[in-house]
Design a protein around this ligand. Structure first.
Ligand SMILES: [Zn+2]
Ligand SMILES: [Zn+2]
Length: 121
């Protein structure tokens, strides 16, 4: 009597199983951040990264800044935040002062170059 029901359940399980595999395959844990950030290497050097990056080697000492998914970003006020970027991090609020640690969003609004290139006289 509950033959069809059992079949239905089996179909559901099969569908879910397939979906789980599809979801799991492409998202291999990769630490990535997008935008402009100041990252701090384990030895205390600050580096600027300007593009999406999943790996960054300190320009001063050659140390890998990422430790797995974890990287230290520095907010505009100099607070170091140890964060897990996960798949893609596009925003991070400083845990000390709440400032957005991503730099380029700020630059866009603030950079207003004085437009006067006129020679004197
Ligand atoms: Zn370094
Ligand atoms: Zn801060």
């Amino acid at each position: 009597m509950n033959h069809t029901r059992r079949e239905f359940m089996a179909t559901m399980v099969g569908a879910f199983g397939a979906a789980a595999i599809i979801m799991a395959t492409p998202s291999r844990a990769r630490a990535c951040m997008y935008g402009t950030w100041i990252v701090r290497c384990p030895k205390g050097h600050d580096d600027e990264v300007t593009e999406g990056t999943c790996q960054h080697v300190c320009e001063k000492c050659g140390t890998q800044v990422f430790s797995g998914n974890v990287v230290t970003v520095v907010c505009t006020k100099g607070h170091a935040n140890r964060v897990d970027t996960g798949d893609r991090m596009t925003s991070w609020k400083c845990s000390n002062c709440g400032t957005e640690c991503r730099r380029d969003s700020e630059q866009k609004s603030r950079r207003d170059p004085p437009d006067r290139g006129r020679p004197l006289g």
